[in-house]
Design a protein around this ligand. Structure first.
Ligand code: AHR
Length: 344
């Protein structure tokens, strides 16, 4: 150190501090991950692997509103069983107040990790602070919250919903790139205020804005359910003579809308072209029959990744602040090919 002189010592110290900073950052995690990672480490086990049988996970699910949700629930329950993690599962029946109650009950029961798929984006700060104060790490799965304080949760594991909306818009723009007259679009939004509804709407709107002939003439929530999808589509058909395209934020609403379209004496997929999101078996079946023209996949099988994250968090390991699920898209032809091997 003597040989370096004063300047050299300052340089060496600066480099050491930078290197320590880089290690703490785990090559890409953000402040949220770092802070929560630290918390997990402090409350954790000093670097040794905790046995899965000693881990309790409290999971609050949105509800059972769609085929996607049922597949997601099954994936989480099966994966917890397989990993040997004790799962306390609670169904919020699509109500935020039920989810808040469930999270408070998990805090009281002193579970090791809380995971949940938030019904809507807003209104979580208070209960998330309660979890943080109790030293219980929180993992968001499937849907995000809009909390400014990202230290309130460890990571968000799920799809990029804006990108899903963009993919839907890109397919449509390509279909109508040479259009010389207006194309009337109606939109069935998911649950009002939910991340997938907000993001699928904005991603789609961003892309179709590039073609002035693509006109959104009506947009309303169908709450991600088949029954509501049918009901709202009936109203759309009553109010609008000339609908060219339906963009539904999930397969279930598209399937409900198909019933309304057929009841009105029109051919889904021909008289009205249909785009939806999810790619669950029923949606893929309708696509393979040509009733849905294009499906953007949203993968519900988050269970195995969630269990890994839970194990890592309990062991005090750093986890990425955002884990994005990989997804593809299906035309009618591609759906026909993929259908026999579809898991959900
Ligand atoms: O959050 C994911 C969405 O929620 C799915 O696309 C939809 O089907 C579900 O209800």
């Amino acid at each position: 150190m003597k040989k370096l002189g004063k300047m050299g010592a300052v340089l060496a110290l600066t480099l050491t501090v930078m290197m320590l900073g880089a290690c703490g950052n785990n090559g890409g995690g953000n402040t949220a991950a770092n802070e929560t990672g630290k918390a997990a480490e402090a409350s954790g086990n000093g670097g040794t692997k905790t046995e899965a049988k000693d881990i309790t996970l409290g999971f609050s699910q949105v509800g059972a509103e769609s085929g996607w949700r049922s597949a997601n629930t099954k994936s989480i329950q099966d994966s917890a069983k397989e990993a040997g993690i004790t799962l306390k599962f609670s169904d919020a029946q699509q109500k935020q107040e039920n989810q808040i109650k469930a999270l408070r009950s998990f805090i009281q029961q002193k579970v090791d990790v809380i995971a949940f798929s938030p019904v809507v984006e807003s209104g979580w700060d208070t209960v998330l602070k309660e979890a943080k104060d109790a030293g219980i790490p929180v993992v968001l799965t499937d849907r995000a919250v809009d909390s400014k304080d990202t230290s309130l949760y460890v990571t968000f594991l799920g799809s990029d919903f804006v990108e899903e909306g963009r993919k839907a818009g890109q397919w449509l723009s390509e279909q109508y790139k040479d259009a010389s007259e207006d194309i009337n679009i109606v939109e069935l939004q998911g649950t009002t205020g939910s991340a997938p509804a907000n993001d699928r709407m904005s991603g789609f709107a961003e892309v179709i804005a590039g073609n002035p002939h693509l006109k959104m003439i009506a947009s309303q929530s169908g709450d991600f359910t088949r029954a509501k999808g049918k009901e709202v589509m009936q109203a759309f058909l009553k109010a609008n003579k000339d609908i060219d395209v339906l963009y539904a934020h999930n397969d279930d609403m598209a399937l409900g809308a198909i019933q309304a379209i057929e009841a009105a004496g029109l051919k889904p997929g021909e008289d009205i072209r249909i785009i939806s999101v999810d790619a669950v078996k029923d949606g893929m079946q309708a696509a393979s029959e040509g009733k849905i023209n294009f499906i953007v996949e949203c993968n519900p099988l988050l269970g195995p990744q969630l269990m890994q994250v839970v194990q890592d968090v309990v062991d005090g390991k750093q986890v990425e602040a955002r884990i994005v699920t990989e997804e593809s898209t299906f035309t009618s032809e591609q759906a026909k090919e993929a259908l026999p091997n579809r898991q959900y």
